[in-house]
Design a protein around this ligand. Structure first.
Ligand code: ATP
Ligand code: MG
Ligand code: MG
Ligand code: MG
Length: 566
């Protein structure tokens, strides 16, 4: 590829609205451009990297016995009515109608479509097990799309679905997928960890997430320093079920005039670090005793995101409603621990941050109530206090102490069991001629998220440092003053032809630019091997070579160059 024919689109300036380094570098290196919140154009360099990830994923899935198919992005609501998710799935689901007023959705995941497919195509146990995968666009109307393609609304996922006659067979394939995932992340050169995970709204029993370790990660992972134990923090917390039940009871009796913050409340009731209970203030009800109606919501981030939106719908019009109206509306919400009266404005945490501004500036019955926005007003350690597991706690596995690190979820695998196959009546004729419901697994990888996650782990102050498996080009050729020197041009063209013929992906910087500009651009883009062709070396038939990672310069004979970078 010649730069003059390419769309390089590099920029020097640090983009104003990009919080994490991968987002900044993807914009500056000309990999992506925003179209709207959570929607991106992939420019040539970005797309080349995305395709590299896809290719590794595709090869390892095929090697593990999965077969590639392609399902539509747009799915009919009927299938989701069969599974029950048309009702259950929150506002992340983008619903639409066609010209005949039939209901459709943009697929956030494909369990329903694939289950319907296999229900029709597979009739006998002899055709099982079967593992189907696709690499395809998903749409989720994320409440807060951010960090560029890390949390987009439209993104590329590899999703696989396996079908079995028995749970033992499912467990075997699950292990095969687990191993395939490890190979994929190793080949991509990522520092990752598999962790025990919650099955959340997808359903099922056993589940693991794969996390790329990075400070910018949105998830907390609890590691044991005394064993291989690693779990998603919610999962480590869930181990303390008994404590949780006690906490719920204590919370329901809650009625204290002195409490000021969640931390105070939890201390007062002896509830260890609030058991993941989130509080949302709905209304200041009475001027005289500063009573507030609060909703306590328990549980994981995912559920709370969904609830936060529902709550916004409920709470906004209730700002000036009567206590009775609020209680009725709030009490009816799924997962609610019921409305309780709080003595004064308290907190909204990150999961319900959507409400924080409303809370902070609530104008109720002519008063301005100042609330506390958990994230904004409280020091970070207090946010961590909300969790009921902390660094230094004994590990739930019994060995060692917990360390808590941030991770980016790049993969998630589940043993679904018969959740979808039962609801959608997907079965086969078993060995004895009896109809048997299939049992299923599903396996996701965030293909586009991996591109960003890889940059989080591979960069320096000059730009991206691609691992070989992901680099958009392997080699960049930088001829010095080619437009003045015929000799330089000749050698550059010759090397370009030879390297390309050897199957190496080369970017030939044939722009009429100063060498400094070319060097800066190529370091930003992160191409592993740089070859600099200058008049000076040509008498000795050598060119200058450097690797992006160490930047050390070497003189290499022109006729050794192909072998050197291969
Ligand atoms: P998250 O917890 O980050 O919201 P998830 O648990 O909702 O992710 P899954 O349903 O497990 O996601 O989907 C499989 C994979 O798809 C995830 O492990 C992640 O790598 C990727 N993914 C999910 N949501 C997004 C998104 N909004 N943008 C990019 N990749 C995503
Ligand atoms: Mg999600
Ligand atoms: Mg998740
Ligand atoms: Mg997940």
């Amino acid at each position: 590829m010649r730069t003059t024919q390419y769309l390089l689109s590099t920029t020097k300036e640090k983009p104003a609205d990009a919080e994490v380094i991968s987002h900044q570098l993807m914009l500056r290196a000309g990999m992506i451009r925003k179209v709207a919140a959570g929607l991106y154009n992939w420019l040539p360099s970005g797309l080349r990297v995305l395709r590299k990830v896809e290719q590794v994923v595709r090869e390892e899935m095929s090697r593990a016995g999965a077969v590639e198919i392609l399902m539509p992005v747009v799915q009919p609501s009927d299938l989701w009515e069969e599974s029950g998710r048309w009702e259950d799935y929150g506002p992340e689901l983008c619903r639409l109608r066609d010209r005949h007023n039939r209901q459709f959705l943009l697929g956030p995941t494909h369990e329903e479509v694939v289950t319907a497919l296999v229900r029709n195509e597979v009739a006998s146990y002899k055709q099982l097990p079967l593992n189907l995968f696709q690499i395809q666009t998903k749409f989720r109307d994320e409440i807060r799309p951010r960090f560029g393609v890390m949390r987009g609304r439209e993104f590329t996922m590899k999703d696989a679905y396996s079908f079995h006659l028995t749970d033992e067979c499912l467990a075997q394939t699950y292990q095969v997928m687990f191993d395939a995932y490890c190979r994929i992340f190793e080949r991509l050169g990522l520092n990752y960890r598999p962790v025990i995970a919650d099955t959340g709204s997808i359903g099922g029993s056993t589940s693991h997430e794969f996390h790329v370790l990075a400070d910018s990660g949105e998830d907390d992972i609890a590691f044991s320093d005394g064993s291989d134990y690693a779990a998603n923090v919610e999962m480590a917390e869930a181990i303390c079920t008994e404590q949780r039940a006690e906490a719920t009871e204590a919370m329901s009796e809650f009625d204290t005039p002195d409490a000021k913050t969640i931390a105070d409340l939890t201390e007062q009731f002896g509830i260890p670090a609030a058991q993941g209970i989130k509080t949302l203030i709905v209304k200041a009800s009475d001027d005289s005793d500063h009573e507030l109606i609060a909703l306590l919501v328990r549980g994981d981030h995912e559920l709370n995101e969904i609830k936060a939106e529902k709550l916004a719908d409920v709470a906004a019009p209730l700002q000036f409603a009567s206590d009775e109206e609020i209680k009725a509306a709030v009490g009816a919400l799924p997962g609610s621990l019921g409305p309780v009266k709080l003595p004064m404005p308290i907190v909204a945490d990150s999961a319900v941050a959507i409400m924080a501004d409303f809370v902070a500036g609530a104008n109720v019955d002519g008063k301005h109530y100042k609330g506390i926005n958990w994230e904004r007003d409280l020091p970070a350690p207090q946010v961590a206090d909300l969790r009921n597991v902390q660094a230094g706690d004994p590990s739930p596995c019994g060995n060692g102490k917990l360390d808590i690190k941030r991770g980016i979820e790049v993969g998630h695998i589940f043993q679904l069991g018969d959740k979808y196959s039962k609801a959608m009546n997907a079965g086969v004729l078993g060995e004895t001629g009896k109809h048997q419901t299939m049992t299923m697994g599903c396996y996701g990888i965030g293909v586009s998220r991996i591109v960003a996650a890889a940059i989080e782990q591979n960069h320096d102050d000059r730009g991206i440092i691609w691992p070989d498996a992901l680099a958009p080009f392997q080699v960049v050729l930088i001829p010095m003053n080619m437009h003045k020197s015929h000799r330089v041009k000749e050698v550059a063209e010759k090397l370009y032809a030879e390297l390309t013929a050897a199957g190496i992906e080369v970017l030939f910087d044939d722009r009429k630019e100063r060498p400094g500009v070319m060097f800066k651009d190529m370091e930003l883009i992160g191409i592993p091997h740089t070859i600099v062709i200058g008049e000076r070396g040509l008498d000795q038939q050598v060119v200058e070579y450097k690797h992006r990672r160490d930047g050390e310069k070497h003189e290499i004979a022109i006729d050794q160059m192909v072998a050197h970078v291969q």
